[in-house]
Design a protein around this ligand. Structure first.
Ligand SMILES: Nc1ncnc2c1ncn2[C@@H]1O[C@H](COP(=O)(O)OP(=O)(O)OP(=O)(O)O)[C@@H](O)[C@H]1O
Ligand SMILES: [Mg+2]
Length: 253
């Protein structure tokens, strides 16, 4: 379980998170929605211990992260598989080497084993054929899949963290990524997806949070989200009227 207990965080004088409290189980499927700059990525960075809160406590698996040293934070970080917003790949390495790099980081595997695992993981995300391409030769959607594959290779996570996994992708590629996210959660490993794309959040998540001015202004189910009176949330979900029908949008696992 991830527990935030009155967490506040600022970048200099820019107060990003204010007394933020929530609990999320590792098996849950959660979407954190919010506008650009509202602190979504910052929440994920705090979960990973990449930045420390100014005040409040963060508990991961019941353990207080607040005063942990770098080694302690690294150990906790291994519980998560994070796909960063930029999904940065190493430009000078092939797709295969990008994924293999992480395997070599975490495990002591023979080259044959590395090769077999890379093929398997790339097969899982449907881009085995792109194994020998360089990042610059990939489309945006393929790039995102390789970034996903790389995070899958990294460890056997207790939870996946996705930062804007579908932003900038066409609807078909975005839908493919959503399906992958649901597929990967099938074994009971949950996820937190932070996004401003409500359409995609509705496809994957069961619990929704809305971040506004550094605090949660809403928490509930998809039906509750759709019925929320908050004008900011209403504006957010107005995109749905032009696109996907929110009813039955969830991808069944
Ligand atoms: N390294 C940094 N140094 C200083 N300010 C930062 C840094 N990273 C983020 N910020 C600021 O903190 C605030 C929250 O940023 P954050 O990246 O968490 O937002 P976000 O909700 O993920 O936005 P987006 O939807 O655009 O990705 C913003 O005002 C941003 O300008
Ligand atoms: Mg962000």
């Amino acid at each position: 379980m991830i527990e935030f207990d009155r967490v506040s965080f600022s970048y200099g004088s820019n107060s990003v998170l204010k007394d933020l409290s929530f609990s999320i189980g590792f098996e849950e499927r959660v979407a954190i929605l919010g506008g650009s700059g509202d602190g979504k990525t910052t929440i994920l960075k705090i979960i990973l211990g990449l930045v420390r809160p100014d005040s409040g406590r963060v508990l991961i698996d019941g353990e207080d992260m607040t005063d942990r040293d770098e080694d302690g934070l690294r150990e906790s970080r291994m519980k998560f598989s994070m796909v960063f917003q930029e999904g940065a790949l190493f430009d000078s390495l092939t797709v295969k080497e990008n994924v293999a790099f992480c395997l070599r980081e975490y495990d002591h595997l023979s080259e044959e084993d590395v090769d077999a695992r890379v093929r398997h993981i790339l097969g899982t995300v449907g881009i085995e054929h792109a194994m020998d391409l360089m990042p610059e030769e990939l489309s945006g959607g393929m790039h995102r899949r390789v970034a996903l594959a790389r995070s899958l290779a990294a460890c056997d996570p207790k939870m996946f963290l996705y930062d804007e996994p579908t932003t900038g992708l066409d609807p078909i590629n975005a839908d493919n990524i959503c399906r992958l996210i649901v597929d990967l959660a099938r074994e009971g490993t949950g996820f937190i997806v932070v996004t401003h794309k409500v359409v995609d959040a509705l496809k994957v998540a069961k619990r929704f949070m809305f971040l506004k001015n550094g605090a949660l202004s809403f928490e509930g189910s998809s039906a509750e989200l759709m019925g929320a009176a908050d004008p900011d949330i209403r504006r957010f979900i107005s995109e749905l009227r032009y696109g996907a029908d929110a009813q039955g949008a969830e991808i069944q696992s």
